[in-house]
Design a binder for this molecule. Structure first.
Ligand SMILES: [Zn+2]
Length: 118
């Protein structure tokens, strides 16, 4: 092996060195289960790694996506009205029961029906 000649690395570059190649990784956007997340990629071996912060960001994004899918619901017909069921997690987090008071605020322009608890 010849002598390694390398330009001085910044602190930031040292923090994202590839363990295998000893080269600073590039910041890239990669897809995890269809979701775009930020990661590091070694320019030499193309290995993708995540910093602690990136791994956390990816976990949050995946959780958001999972919830989004779980919370996509269709109303249920109840007499002449329509009802909406709440996922178990929402019931738990907000401590909902059949005695809860929910204030419904339609925001027509934004196509949002806001539900305020209490
Ligand atoms: Zn590498």
């Amino acid at each position: 092996m010849g002598k390694k000649i390398r330009k001085k690395l910044t602190k930031d570059e040292i923090e994202r060195l590839c363990f295998e190649c000893d080269m600073p990784c590039e910041v890239v956007t990669t897809k995890m289960r269809g979701i775009k997340v930020e990661a590091y990629r070694c320019p030499k071996c193309k290995e993708i790694t995540f910093s602690e912060k990136q791994a956390h960001q990816a976990a949050v994004k995946l959780e958001e996506k999972r919830m989004e899918e779980q919370y996509k619901k269709s109303p249920i017909r109840i007499g002449h009205s329509l009802g909406l069921t709440f996922p178990k997690e929402i019931v738990k987090v907000f401590g909902l029961s059949s005695k809860s008071k929910l204030n419904i605020k339609p925001k027509l322009g934004k196509k949002i029906i806001e539900i305020k608890v209490g």
